[in-house]
Design a protein around this ligand. Sequence first.
Ligand code: GLU
Length: 551
Amino acid sequence: MTRKEYADFLVPNVEHDREYYESKYPERNLESDAKVVRIGPSPTGFVHFGTLFQAMAGHNLAKNSSGIFYVRIEDTDQKREVENGTKQIIDALNDYGIEYNEGPISEEEEKGTYGPYIQSKRGDIYKAYVKDLIEKDLAYPSFATEKDLEELRSQQEASKSRLGYYGRFATDRNLSMETVIEKVKSGEKYVIRFRSPGNFENKIIIEDLVKGRIEMPENDIDHVILKGDGLPTYHFAHVIDDHLMHTTHVVRGDEWLSSLPVHLQMFSSLGFTAPFYAHPSPIMKEENGKKRKLSKRKDTEANIAEFKKLGIPKEAVKEYLLTLINSNFEEWKDKNPEKDLDEFKVTFKKMNISGSLFDMEKLINISKNILAHITAEEFYDQLLDWAENYDKEFTVLLKEHKKETIAILNIERGGEKPRKDYSAYSDVYKNIWYMYDEKFMVSKEEYEFDKITDPKEIKDILITYITKYYDEKDGQDVWFSKIKVMAEELGYASNMKEYKQNPDNFKGNVADISTVIRVAVTSKKQTPNLYDILKILGTKKIEERFQKVIK
Ligand code: GLU
């Protein structure tokens, strides 16, 4: 048997060879400094905040260098795969408007000429390269069973040796072709292992674009590259893919840094040029004064679907992500408040070496700021969109009272210093519910009367106001001067300075009067501009609300 026949025997039914794929996926026709960046998420559960981080960074790096940003689904571990996993990733990228040049657009369809972009559809490609390695004796079959590997482990533990299938422990390395053929013919199961040329005593130097020069021991473990189920392992698959898809830069979680020696060795054994690597530190969370990695299991904010549910606008999440990606982003944003986020140029130099803390308060502040600066109409549309998915009751109100809601959202909007009342869409209803008659008129909410609490006095103020002083045609200045006049009529100071000089001369002051009116129409002592609220309600509703409180 020639080595070629031997490779065919071990990995049968492979349609094409390595050369075929090398010419099928030629170099990309791009400028020399164009970056080809990808994300390689696995469809193993909800979309992690870190994936969005990598996507934002990758998209920005590619776009700002006229390069390519693409998505590759890494689903070779089919035991961990969840239903809809791929769809969730695609939906998340679409939700956040992170465009990719190539990749799956649904579970069946994709765009781009370097695909398939789903690893489970690339079986034949990986096998072609595995066969090539076997032919060159850079890979070999291994028959070690789970049990054999467990025994090896205990043996290594007992002798205090480093764990793994390497060197003298990698006994199947030395099986002759004849023995292998015999074992296979008798039905023994096998995997294909990489024949590592490394020596653990040697050091290699890695240049990480974020972490700089790192010294690590050379890899000497014979990792599995093709599993019993015919699928490759992640290590091997992504090396083949990054090569054939001509990735120039990899931005990924730093949990992969420790396997970089394995990956670089595979690139080299296969005769490929490795991409540049950037392993930014993970996003951290502070808990009981201690920093730890944001956890998929424990932290809801790790799941980007939570932001959607909370109703944090996607622009806020993206802006916040950029603050985490590059330490100079905030300064840029302050100088360029109007510019599109894509105009900021992400660099590796400004990526974080020590993990940044996830700061919900900061995200909320960005969100508040964004929600304060859009038009009331835009806000209404986004709010409705959100409510349709997460709050059916509010949706009904929003649809029935479109004009009114826009007017409410428009209170103290625009201008130099707009109000920042809303942190997220989910926050709106509890801020404005009292404006909807069908909610307010049946509400049992406590009235938050403040200084003036005597029912008779309250009744007096309200009746005087509605019968003598309120006119919905008044502009704000006239409106307020009328409240002042009324204050005087009822024995309250209309001028704060006078009041402060001689508080005993008055029952109270004009602010106390306004509070009574405010609380009567909203039940709250703190609200946005009272004039606007009254104007939106109109005389009839004001009267009804006064009646409600008087009763
Ligand atoms: N599939 C890997 C993950 O989900 C991607 C690692 C990489 O980007 O190389 O973590």
